[in-house]
Design a protein around this ligand. Structure first.
Ligand code: GLC
Ligand code: CA
Length: 556
């Protein structure tokens, strides 16, 4: 595997609306990010991915872009963006933007022009088909946010367009080379500005099964899960390879793809040397237990399944490249509220969860607030839910026969608002996020969980993340943590997530994924304890007694 500049880095995701508001309008902004760069640097972060900041009607919180060459005024200006890139460089940090090019906004001028003249040049930028009242749809695919992917074209009831996400997110037609050229031009424009790369949104969806085809339905709506179409559609690699050659590879840029359904044999193409992307996210723990019926039918992951997902992913990727490892992002529940069994969320279990994913092979990503152990919201009234996906799932649950109360409980676990509440900076009003009214409610637990308090406390989750990052970067162990193999240890042991990182050194990570103590026999006597979420460790010879959610990293 060819060595790359980003292999030894630590990445951090910012959801800009909720990060830090510098001007009191209740919305986080670029100046807010600039003001917090030193905080991120001090944490040990190198790469910062910012979720979309382009002009947008915010039907899907900025993932619906109406201008690819500008910054939404609620976040600032292009000048602010240049300043952010400059300020990051000064600190040896790298900025990534979100590349959202499966679709644009219905308020993008391309779509407006397509609506004005569906048979003209811009009509071919989208998937537009004829439509007759009472006639069957071109295909029965269900959009991710509910309902058919087909919607009448505004101003043209005799036509319809495709949107695999929200109807305000029309899909771009990647089969049209002019569309692809537009995308490359835009990507290179940003890279010329000094951007270090991109996180690439929903990219697998750019290849559609053509001609359109129906798949077996799984709900009463007669529609099918779009995943069936994605599995069947061939040739996405041609688009992705072209994108990589025409853009990222020209700049040695870092790119991380949001890819959900990669097949093992495709991994070298995706993230091997010269692959489509530098890395892709490992979502295996996030998608575990999923159901095409809806959230009400999803299973909650157990510690043993969690471990298996990670080890399987590590085996799958082998030496081909690097996954990007996460416990949460802006689409997922807070990791500590989801992966730690109910009733067992504590300082120790939060730290254990942090260490066991962070030290795996791959690029560790931290999502804003994760470093202080932010948690899911309590159950909130449906009127207060902002997330369009949760609102759709509320309806899906009602349709499946659940009471409104049950439906609310179902969506509260996975509601994307959980991760989108403002970062809790201190115990003051609005958690110090804004002087104004926050656009989304602050989690009421901010008086206990906040950055200011944790900065003063060497036992805090924040201090532990700093230790963890410093450990990965320690010159003595870095080679092993970055490039060493992952070798599971006592893989079948219930509620123990343990593995070696083996390279120059042999480092053993032991995570007790339960409250009950657990005894482990080390393969050899430990030389050194490199990390511990307790003040001490009970080790006699090669016998270790792990306490309630204790995690240890031992040099053998
Ligand atoms: C990705 C984003 C998500 C968004 C969707 C549509 O999955 O992470 O937030 O809703 O794409 O752009
Ligand atoms: Ca603001």
């Amino acid at each position: 595997m060819e060595r790359k500049w980003w292999h030894d880095k630590v990445a951090y995701q910012i959801y800009p609306k909720s990060f830090y508001d510098s001007n009191g309008d209740g919305i986080g902004d670029l100046q807010g990010i600039i003001q917090k760069l030193d905080y991120l640097k001090d944490l040990g972060v190198d790469i910062v991915w910012i979720s979309p900041i382009y002009p947008s009607p915010f039907a899907d919180q900025g993932y619906d872009i109406s201008d690819y060459y500008n910054i939404d005024p609620s976040f600032g200006t292009l000048k602010d963006m240049d300043e952010l890139i400059r300020e990051a460089k000064k600190r040896d940090m790298y900025i990534l933007m979100d590349l959202v090019v499966n679709h644009c906004s219905d308020e993008h001028e391309w779509f407006e022009k397509a609506c004005a003249d569906p048979d003209g040049e811009y009509g071919n930028f989208f998937y537009i088909e004829d439509r007759k009242e009472g006639q069957e749809l071109p295909c029965n695919w269900r959009s991710y946010f509910g309902g058919s992917v087909w919607e009448p074209l505004p101003g043209h009831p005799e036509k319809q367009y495709m949107h695999v996400f929200h109807k305000k997110q029309p899909d771009l037609n990647w089969e049209n080379p002019v569309v692809r050229e537009e995308v490359y031009k835009n990507v290179n424009w940003w890279l010329d500005k000094g951007l270090a790369g991109f996180r690439i949104d929903a990219i697998i969806n750019i290849k559609k099964k053509l001609p359109y085809k129906n798949y077996p339905t799984d709900r009463e709506d007669g529609l099918c899960d779009i995943a069936l179409m994605l599995e069947d559609a061939e040739g996405v690699g041609e688009f992705l390879g072209e994108l990589q050659r025409r853009t990222f590879s020209q700049y040695d840029a870092f790119s991380v793809g949001e890819v959900f359904n990669e097949k093992p044999e495709e991994l070298p193409d995706f993230i091997g040397d010269g692959g489509y992307f530098s890395s892709i996210f490992n979502f295996s723990t996030n998608v575990w237990g999923g159901s095409d019926k809806g959230w009400y039918d999803c299973k909650r992951i157990t510690p043993d399944a969690y471990k298996k997902c990670h080890f399987d992913a590590q085996r799958k990727v082998g030496n081909h490249g690097f996954y990007s490892n996460i416990i949460e992002n802006h689409d997922q529940p807070r990791g500590v509220s989801y992966y730690i069994p109910e009733g067992e969320v504590s300082l120790e279990s939060k730290k254990m969860l942090a260490a066991v994913y962070f030290l795996l092979r791959g690029l560790p990503f931290i999502y804003q607030g994760q470093e202080i152990g932010m948690e899911n919201l309590p159950v909130i009234p449906v009127e207060q839910v902002d997330d369009i996906s949760a609102l759709d799932q509320y309806q899906v649950s009602l349709d499946a026969g659940f009471t409104p109360e049950e439906a609310l409980k179902i969506i509260s676990l996975r509601n994307r608002d959980n991760a989108r509440t403002p970062v809790q900076w201190n115990a003051e009003k609005n958690a110090g996020f804004t002087q104004g009214t926050p656009w989304l409610m602050v989690n009421p637990n901010y008086t206990e969980i906040n950055v200011a308090a944790q900065e003063q406390d060497e036992n805090s989750v924040l201090s532990f993340y700093k230790e963890l990052i410093a450990l990965r970067k320690n010159p003595e162990y870095k080679e092993t943590f970055v490039y060493g193999d992952v070798i599971p240890f006592e893989e079948d042991r219930h509620n123990l997530m343990a593995y070696h990182r083996k390279g120059e050194k042999d480092l053993l990570v032991l995570g007790n994924f339960q409250k009950e103590e657990q005894k482990v026999t080390l393969p050899s006597e430990g030389k050194n304890i490199l990390l511990n979420n307790y003040p001490n460790a009970e080790i006699t010879g090669n016998q270790v007694k792990l306490k309630d959610y204790q995690v240890l990293v031992i040099e053998l």
